[in-house]
Design a protein around this ligand. Structure first.
Ligand code: FES
Ligand code: FES
Length: 157
């Protein structure tokens, strides 16, 4: 076992883990943060995306030990005092989901996009989403939601 300490959704967390524990496993099974979804386990679908020091990473293919000392934000940590993050609100407003399975990863990835490219074009949004798979929506409303969410993040900053 190894001991790691990291910040998760603003709270310092220490955990004793096996060296091969994945970050997704620590979040879901160790900490009951099941909003981080796991589907492909091979870094393709993006459902497991979380923010690590502000950048989107796929927690299914990262060791928890590699996140030692990092600042992690999961979908559960985005709302403040019950108020949705502007990107979450945009997905709600534009109906950027159907079953919702991909949504946590989409929102996390979209926040990273909006922080990296504050005013993304539709082509940039679609290119960014190559790492996130949705089986339901056809992506139209997801793209709309990210456009709306990025605009809201710009005016909030
Ligand atoms: S579960 Fe991690 S990318 Fe699919
Ligand atoms: S909304 Fe169902 S997988 Fe995207």
């Amino acid at each position: 076992m190894i001991k790691i300490t990291l910040t998760i959704n603003g709270r310092e967390v220490s955990a004793a883990i096996e060296p091969n524990t994945l970050l997704a496993g620590l979040l879901r099974e160790g900490l009951a943060l099941t909003g981080t979804h796991v589907a492909c386990d091979t870094s393709q679908c993006g459902a497991c995306s979380v923010l690590l020091d502000g950048r989107s990473v796929k927690s299914c293919t990262m060791l928890a030990a590699e996140a030692d000392g990092a600042d992690i934000v999961t979908i559960e940590g985005l709302a403040t005092d019950g108020v949705l993050h502007p990107m979450q609100a945009a997905f709600h407003q534009e109906h950027g989901l159907q079953c919702g399975f991909c949504t946590p990863g989409m929102v996390i990835s979209a926040i990273d996009l909006a922080n990296t490219i504050p005013d993304p074009t539709e082509a940039e949004i679609r290119a960014w989403l190559k790492g996130n798979i949705c089986r339901c929506t056809g992506y139209q409303n997801i793209v709309k939601a990210i456009n709306t969410g990025a605009a809201a993040m710009r005016s909030a900053s």
